[in-house]
Write a protein that binds this ligand. Structure first.
Ligand SMILES: Cc1cc2nc3c(=O)[nH]c(=O)nc-3n(C[C@H](O)[C@H](O)[C@H](O)COP(=O)(O)OP(=O)(O)OC[C@H]3O[C@@H](n4cnc5c(N)ncnc54)[C@H](O)[C@@H]3O)c2cc1C
Length: 472
């Protein structure tokens, strides 16, 4: 019998697994995907918003402000990327300046650092700001992270501390018996005292397995262009337009690895469809033109999209089931779900889990050891590594400068990568200009060797995504 089953290994499920692994509990995490962070956490803007945007009185406002303040310490402890690049919300006319005034008031009320800057000051820092921009508010504490790295590091530490992680199995049925639940996947039936429904876009379906879902999700797709690192000076801050009822708008966002993201739009979608569309990307282009100029589209290396599980009242839905207080629904976790995730986890544990279970701290908690990242070492450190492990000197991905041994390390890490995409998310071969054109097959060969499976059984990502078939 488990104490807790968490359904969903996105950023929210990963924070919960990590935080709950500090207590003497039996915790299992189940995700239908073959890797951690393959849902909405896979594809977003990666911004730790400071929390000036959500409406007063919402859970979003409360948890975003708290979560953003928790990230620096968490990222330091886990030794993962966190960059306070700062953000400019820009205004192009008098009406938009009125919106800046509202944001400033809200930021002041919430103790978020924010100050006005005039056009002359903006262009000193951002040469590519549009000629129409007249004023901005600077939010110096807005930050960016690497969401997959964060979720994976959290889950690794959870697994090191005893959490059981089941990947590639979809929860399709939940039965309630006297005093406990049985959670069914294709292969297993797991008994548990408590369920946390952190299934992102799938959360309403999970809720419907227990009761008529108390929340309704609408999928809102956001599409992006990714610019290569050659364009990394295009913007230094995150550049936002003023927000509207539709959302935070189309942005230019630096990433922790030196790329630039352009997007997203927001389009209602009937199914969990992640294709990008020419109309969506055209919308991104048209809206971006208002806030930035000289956009280096010749440096586009990829487009992608993510799905927001948006609720009907604009707020997160975080409450126990009406039928049984031992099932906690985390519904409608759209933006700023990433920025809020550490605070969502703390809130769920404090408000609900403590009322269902005794939480006794573990006697011994083990910290995760971050793997070496060769392209971040100085020459001497690199040489020392290569002397002890020569495969740290064999480069597989020439664009991102990723060595053979780093890929092997990722395969044998606590939540080991089993697919090409899982390797890409952990150590980045295929994230550069060639997008895997040269290194993907080399990565597949390493997976085949290390996992001891034929090359044709190596998956790109989900079931049946094999790279090739046996020759007849
Ligand atoms: C375009 C876009 C831009 C965004 N930008 C930002 C931003 O800059 N900053 C910010 O704070 N937020 C942003 N967000 C929101 C943020 O990405 C999400 O709020 C956050 O990632 C949600 O995490 P999660 O763990 O709740 O969901 P997910 O990451 O979706 O995780 C849920 C998991 O549940 C699994 N699952 C679903 N159904 C089942 C089932 N039946 N059985 C087993 N597993 C199941 C899925 O496979 C998935 O892995 C953005 C979102 C989008 C789409």
């Amino acid at each position: 019998m488990q104490d807790i089953v968490i359904i969903g290994a996105g950023i929210v499920g990963s924070f919960l697994a990590h935080d709950l692994s500090k207590y003497d509990l039996k915790v299992t995490v189940i995700d239908k995907e073959n890797d951690i962070a393959n849902g909405t956490t896979m594809a977003n803007s990666a911004i730790i918003h400071t929390g000036y945007d959500p409406e007063d009185g919402t859970l979003k406002a409360e948890l975003n402000v708290k979560g953003a303040k928790m990230y620096p310490e968490i990222c330091k402890e886990l030794k993962i990327d966190y960059q306070k690049c700062g953000a400019y919300v820009v205004a192009c006319d008098k009406e938009e300046i009125k919106i800046l005034d509202q944001l400033k008031k809200r930021a002041d009320k919430r103790n978020i650092r924010a100050y006005y800057i005039e056009r002359e000051e903006i262009i000193k820092n951002e040469a590519n700001i549009s000629d129409d921009v007249i004023e901005a508010i600077s939010f110096p504490d807005t930050a960016i992270i690497y969401p997959w790295q964060c979720a994976i590091a959290l889950m690794e530490e959870a697994v090191i501390n005893g959490v059981d992680l089941i990947l590639g199995e979809k929860v399709y049925k939940i039965h309630e018996k006297q005093g406990f639940f049985t959670v069914y996947t294709e292969k297993k039936a797991i008994n548990t005292k408590v369920i946390i429904n952190a299934a992102g876009c799938g959360a309403e379906k999970i809720a419907n397995m227990i009761e008529k879902s108390p929340f309704h999700i609408v999928y809102k797709k956001g599409e992006y262009f990714v610019l290569s690192k050659q364009a990394n000076k295009f913007v230094n801050h995150i550049i936002y337009p003023v927000p509207t009822k539709v959302g935070k708008g189309v942005l230019a966002v630096p990433t922790t690895h030196g790329n630039i993201l352009l997007g997203p739009n927001s389009n209602i979608c009937e199914s969990e469809d992640l294709s990008t569309t020419s109309e969506g990307l055209e919308y991104v282009r048209n809206h971006l033109n208002r806030i930035v100029k000289n956009i280096p589209y010749h440096e586009v290396i990829r487009s992608y999209s993510g799905l927001r599980p948006t609720g009907n009242n604009g707020d997160f839905y975080i409450k126990p089931s009406y039928k049984n207080k031992n099932i906690i629904h985390l519904g409608c976790i759209d933006s700023p779900g990433l920025a809020s995730a550490p605070a969502i986890s703390a809130y769920v544990i404090q408000e609900y889990i403590k009322k269902c279970l005794d939480l006794l701290p573990k006697r011994k908690y083990v910290k995760r050891k971050a793997p070496p990242v060769m392209n971040q070492l100085c020459e001497k450190e690199k040489n020392d590594m290569v002397k002890t492990q020569p495969l740290y000197g064999k480069i597989v991905c020439k664009c991102e400068k990723i060595s053979y041994q780093e890929i092997v390390d990722a395969i044998h890490s606590p939540c080991g990568a089993k697919t090409i995409k899982a390797i890409k998310k952990r150590v980045r071969p295929g994230m550069g200009k060639c997008q895997g054109g040269f290194c993907e097959i080399e990565v597949a060969k390493i997976l085949s060797k290390e996992l001891n499976i034929p090359l044709t059984q190596v998956l790109y990502d989900e079931k049946h995504s094999n790279l090739g078939t046996e020759a007849k």
